[in-house]
Design a protein around this ligand. Structure first.
Ligand code: NDP
Length: 285
């Protein structure tokens, strides 16, 4: 079996270049550019890195970025006021509140306060409903990035058996929905699934979104399967996915590495969503 490594880094780079080109062209015609607001509360170092990267990519692509860094003691009502002001700001097309928020703030309350048309993370119940209905403009970034990679590599989805391990609202459920809308037959597995290895071994497309290093082993993968590894785990200071890459990759037709697979796609899709939100509100096709 020849295995092709799906290069998420390159795919994300190509997508970013396309977005930058489109933004440049819209700017020359309308004078307007998309705007993304990031909101960081507290000093979680990982969150600070994520937000910094998002703002960096914004600049790279010609977006306007609105950065809000608030102290950990910020109250829920202060944060709601900020979200309201961003909702009302016509220059802001996307609002990203970096999670996790401090314990004294109800994350759902904050996320639900974001206008659905500015919800570029795709987590608002309105957008979750549209996703289920198959008409979402803004789908969650990591799952949307996975579909984008499959398409870039011309990997057929229709009629395939897709097995998703993980049922979170951020990854497992939305990727299952997107695959279903592309006419895959979808099985969702989780911690209470019986015979998970057998289930996984029947997948043409296997998505691992668990958060446990080396969870998916070679016996759980069918010959020629496409394996997408969403997991980000730190083992001895090294980033590792949910798939035991060394033993699994020789059995696959396509596989994503960690790092350099799904990860880089997430920020690129955030920019793609912000551009979509901007075009939607400005009636640009
Ligand atoms: P969650 O912890 O929210 O969900 C994990 C899922 O895995 C749950 O549905 C859980 O089942 C299931 N699970 C856990 N243990 C087992 C087990 N032993 N057997 C079967 N199923 C199990 O994680 P997320 O979905 O948020 O993230 C998953 C991984 O993806 C993490 O490593 C995260 O860091 C990474 N990630 C990567 C992103 C990227 O950009 N590359 C973006 C987002 C996440 P149950 O529901 O029954 O508890």
């Amino acid at each position: 079996m020849t295995t092709q490594i799906i290069d998420g880094k390159q795919t994300a780079k190509d997508l970013r270049a396309e977005i930058a080109k489109e933004v440049e062209s819209i700017k020359s015609k309308t004078g307007k550019v998309p705007g993304l607001a990031t909101v960081l509360v507290g000093e979680d170092p990982a969150s600070a890195v994520y937000v910094r990267n998002k703002n960096k990519v914004c600049k790279e692509l010609g977006f306007e970025s609105f950065q809000h860094t608030l102290p950990a003691e910020t109250t829920e009502s202060e944060l709601l006021d900020l979200v309201e002001s961003l909702n009302a700001n016509p220059g802001v097309n996307g609002i990203l509140v970096q999670l996790p928020l401090p314990d004294h703030i109800d994350s759902n309350k904050i996320l639900n306060a974001i206008l659905p048309e500015k919800d570029v993370d795709g987590f608002h119940p309105h957008n979750v409903g549209l996703l289920t209905g198959g008409t979402a403009l803004l789908a969650p970034c990591t799952p949307a990035g996975i579909i984008h990679m499959l398409d870039r590599y011309d990997i057929p989805i229709e009629g395939k058996h897709a097995v998703v391990i993980g049922r979170s609202n951020i990854v497992g459920k939305p990727i299952a929905m997107l695959l279903l809308h592309r006419n895959a037959t979808v099985t969702i597995c989780h911690s209470r699934t019986k015979d998970l290895p057998q289930m996984a071994a029947s997948a043409d497309i296997l998505i691992a979104a668990i958060g446990r290093a080396h969870f998916v082993t070679a016996d759980m993968v069918k010959d020629g399967a496409v394996v997408i590894d969403v997991g980000i785990n730190r083992v001895d200071g090294k980033l590792t996915g949910d798939v035991d890459f060394e033993t699994v990759s020789p059995k696959t037709s396509y596989i994503t590495p960690v790092p350099g697979g799904v990860g880089p796609m997430t920020i690129a899709m955030l920019m793609s969503n912000t551009l979509k939100a901007f075009k939607n509100v400005n009636s640009i096709s």
